[in-house]
Design a protein around this ligand. Structure first.
Ligand code: ADP
Ligand code: MG
Length: 327
C-alpha cells in the first residue's frame, strides 16, 4: 500500500464537519456507524464500484473527478428511486501507483459533492491492491414511505420521458481515450468531457417526481436503450421511443454529426433519469412550465420490449450491442 499508516490516512480523510447532526449517532471511529432513521421514511441503500483500467484510467480522470464520480453514480441511483441521499461509506483498495496525496484528492472530490447534498461520510474500509485502484461507495438515502419510484410502475398509455441530454458522456469518453485529459479541447468538447468526468445526479427532479400520482423511474447508467428495456421488463409493457425526440446537446451534434444517435441510445453514463408517467401527469408537469423533462416516447400493452421509430421504420432496440444503424 502506498500510504504510510492506515490510521493517519483515515484521520486525513475523516470529515471535519457533520451535516446530518440531528440523526447521526456515531460516524467514523467506531466499529460501525449508527444513525436514526426519519419517522415515516423508507431507507434506500445502493453501492457501486469503480475499478482502474475498467471504469477509468489516470488519463481519463483526475483523482478529484474520480472521487466526485464514484459518489455521483451512487447518488444517481438514490435519485432514480425518488430519494434524497443522507450518508455514504467508502471502501478503497490502494496500490503503489497512487500517492497518499492523490488519495486525499479523491476524498476532496467526494466531499465537494457531499457538501452540495449535505451528506456525511460515516465509514469505510482501507485495503491494499496489487495494481489497480478500486473504489466502492455505498450511499444510504430515504424517501417517504410508499413514495419510492420503481421501474415496475409503467402502464399502457404512459408518456416516456428523460431528463437533460443523452449521449454526452459517451462522446466525452471517446475524446478522453483518444487524446487524454491534459489535451486542449474546444468548448463543445470540454462540455462532453466534463459530462463524463463529473456527472450531475438528478436528485431534485427525482424528488419532484414523487409528487405525481405514478412514476416509473431508472437512471441512465448503461444507455437509453438498456434502461428503457429494464423499464419495459420490470413493468411488462412495450416502450416505443421516437428517435427525433431524443434530447441531444448541441455539443454532441457538433462533435459527432453522424454518430450522436448511436451514442445517445447506447452510450451510457449520462446519469440522467428516464421514466414514465400518465398523460394527465405529463400535462400537469408541462403546465408548470417544467423544461427539464423531454417526452421521448410512449408505453403500450404488449410483450416487454423497446421499439425505436426512426425515418418511418420501426426497429427493436436490444438491451446492448446494437449496431443496426450501421447500414
Ligand atoms: P475496523 O477494524 O473496526 O473495521 P477500521 O480500522 O477498518 O475499523 O476503520 C476505522 C474507522 O475508519 C471505521 O469507522 C471505518 O468505518 C473508518 N474507515 C476506514 N477506512 C475508511 C475509508 N477509506 N474511508 C472512510 N472511512 C474509513
Ligand atoms: Mg476495517
Amino acid at each position: 500500500m502506498s500510504i504510510q499508516d492506515e490510521f493517519s490516512f483515515i484521520n486525513r480523510i475523516r470529515p471535519t464537519k457533520i451535516h446530518q447532526t440531528s440523526s447521526l449517532v456515531t460516524g467514523i471511529g467506531d466499529d460501525a456507524a449508527v444513525y436514526l432513521p426519519t419517522k415515516d421514511y423508507a431507507q434506500i441503500v445502493c453501492t457501486d464500484t469503480l475499478v482502474e483500467e475498467i471504469h477509468f484510467t489516470k488519463e481519463t480522470m483526475s483523482p478529484f473527478q474520480l472521487g466526485y464520480k464514484a459518489l455521483a453514480v451512487n447518488i444517481s441511483d438514490i435519485a432514480a428511486m425518488g430519494g434524497k441521499p443522507l450518508y455514504f461509506l467508502v471502501s478503497i483498495a490502494i496500490s503503489n501507483r497512487w500517492t497518499e496525496d492523490e488519495l486525499v484528492e479523491i476524498y476532496d472530490g467526494m466531499n465537494t459533492l457531499a457538501d452540495t447534498y449535505k451528506i456525511d461520510l460515516i465509514g469505510g474500509d482501507t485495503v491494499s491492491s496489487r495494481e489497480s485502484l478500486m473504489i466502492t461507495v455505498t450511499v444510504i438515502g430515504e424517501t417517504e414511505k410508499g413514495q419510492e419510484l420503481l421501474r415496475s410502475s409503467a402502464k399502457d398509455g404512459d408518456v416516456v420521458f428523460v431528463t437533460g441530454t443523452v449521449g454526452d458522456s459517451s462522446g466525452g469518453l471517446e475524446l478522453l481515450l483518444a487524446r487524454g485529459r491534459h489535451d486542449s479541447f474546444t468548448e463543445h468538447e470540454q462540455f462532453l468531457v466534463k459530462r463524463h468526468q463529473i456527472p450531475s445526479p438528478r436528485v431534485e427532479i427525482g424528488r419532484l417526481l414523487t409528487n405525481l400520482s405514478r412514476v416509473s423511474l431508472n437512471d441512465v447508467s448503461d444507455g437509453v436503450a438498456s434502461e428503457a428495456n429494464e423499464l419495459a421488463e420490470a413493468s411488462n409493457v412495450t416502450i416505443t421511443l421516437l428517435a427525433e425526440l431524443l434530447p441531444i446537446s448541441k455539443a454532441l451534434q457538433t462533435y459527432d454529426p453522424t454518430g450522436f444517435m448511436e451514442k445517445a441510445l447506447f452510450g451510457g453514463e449520462d446519469f440522467e433519469l428516464i421514466g414514465t408517467m400518465s398523460e394527465t401527469d405529463w400535462k400537469k408537469v408541462k403546465l408548470n412550465g417544467d423544461t427539464s423533462l423531454t417526452k421521448i416516447g410512449s408505453v403500450s400493452s404488449g410483450e416487454p420490449k423497446v421499439l425505436l421509430s426512426k425515418d418511418n421504420s420501426l426497429i427493436t432496440l436490444e438491451k446492448k450491442g446494437y449496431n443496426h444503424f450501421k447500414k
